[in-house]
Design a protein around this ligand. Structure first.
Ligand code: FMN
Length: 347
């Protein structure tokens, strides 16, 4: 048996995307089974817990990366999914392992690009070849009027986001400014954000919540939301991932998002997720919206359902801005393997 197979497999799982690169999961190997668990890592705890939508999307992304790696090595992936609200999220028995591990290209290549994209439209044949047509669960908006409507909703949700104290703290806890902070391997390197000149200073200025709250009284959140939608408004395509809202469906949406994102990156097409619409609508349901936004978010929800033709019980899980990249981005790092993988079988 190849003793390195499982750690190499875990490394591919750990390359999966997560909100603000929070990497909220850990893999455990007991010599026979691999299991996926929640890991509380973020100082701004409580914003995304073990059963939050964002964490379940990341769980789906890790499972998809693992399945791509297992398929590349000819191993069947018959996951046993955990109970609602329980741990682990999923368990996989691996009684026989191949002698060698082959790393799949897709998960190594997939990444977030927060820089501007070219305006070149995506070729229609490629769109249908990638299954990004109009199947409901995965829908690419290319028509200008539809894109404009969605961008407006992103802007309104961004306004609500910039007024939310808990989300403000979460974001600023995620930012990594110095080489030492970046070397930790989690969170967002400010150099990966594609900030305009003066953007770093601006970030520092608004990092103090009482100051931000004061500026919001004179409409700062509206200006920040406007600048937040500049790039998404110019993108040739907006990929919408939707589906059911129960735990299994959210994990599936995380898988679907990762599969499409990986396929796009393999074709040289860049992508950047915009989570703010889903997040604000979830916060409306949980009662954790900033004060004064309930009515606005209810209106966003109605318009979104109409724009995307969402059935009752169906929700938007993610929007991705997609297009041909103008420049390669700075890639996010990952935590050291020992922080995300425990080999209990080796003990
Ligand atoms: C649930 C979820 C929400 C995300 N939201 C955003 C977002 O709103 N804006 C953004 O630029 N990236 C977003 N991302 C991308 C992550 O920041 C990114 O995956 C992470 O930093 C790791 O970088 P990588 O994708 O290049 O590997 C999101 C990812 C996930 C899974």
């Amino acid at each position: 048996m190849n003793a390195n197979f499982i750690p190499q497999l875990a490394r591919i799982g750990a390359l999966a995307p997560s909100a603000d690169n929070s990497q909220p999961v850990r893999l455990r190997w007991n010599g026979q089974e691999l299991s996926l668990h929640y890991a509380e890592r973020h100082a701004g705890g409580g914003v995304f817990d073990a059963d939050s939508h964002a964490t379940l999307m990341a769980v789906g992304a890790v499972l998809e990366n693992l399945d791509m790696a297992l398929a590349a090595n000819g191993v069947a992936a018959d996951w046993r999914m955990g109970q609602d609200g329980g741990q682990p999220y999923a368990t996989l028995a691996l009684p026989r392992l191949p002698a060698r591990f082959s790393a799949p290209d897709g998960p190594l290549l997939r990444h977030t690009n927060r820089l501007a994209f070219r305006a070149t439209p995506l070729p229609a044949d490629l769109v249908s070849q990638l299954g990004l047509g109009d199947d409901g669960a995965l829908r690419l908006l290319v028509e200008r009027g539809q894109r404009k409507r969605l961008v407006r909703l992103v802007r309104l949700c961004s306004e609500a986001r910039f007024c939310n104290h808990a989300l403000h703290d979460w974001l600023f806890d995620s930012l990594r400014h110095t080489p030492q902070q970046v070397a930790r391997g989690d969170g967002l390197d400010v150099d990966s954000l594609g900030l305009p000149p003066g953007g770093r200073q601006m970030l520092r200025f608004i990092s103090h919540w009482p100051r931000m709250a004061m500026l919001n009284r004179v409409g700062a959140y509206k200006l920040l939301a406007l600048s937040e939608v500049k790039l998404i408004a110019a993108a040739p395509g907006l990929l919408c991932v939707s589906g059911g809202g129960d735990r299994a469906s959210i994990i599936d949406a995380g898988r679907r998002m990762t599969r499409a994102w990986t396929a796009l990156n393999l074709q040289g097409i860049a992508a950047q997720p915009y989570y703010v619409v889903t997040d604000q609508l979830n916060r409306r349901r949980d009662g954790t919206l900033a004060a004064g936004f309930d009515g606005k978010m209810a209106a966003v929800e109605r318009e979104l359902a109409e724009l995307l033709g969402l059935d009752r019980g169906s929700m938007l899980h993610m929007v991705l801005r997609v297009g041909y990249p103008a420049d390669p981005p700075l890639r996010s790092r990952r935590l050291p393997l020992e922080a995300v993988f425990e080999d209990a079988g080796a003990a």
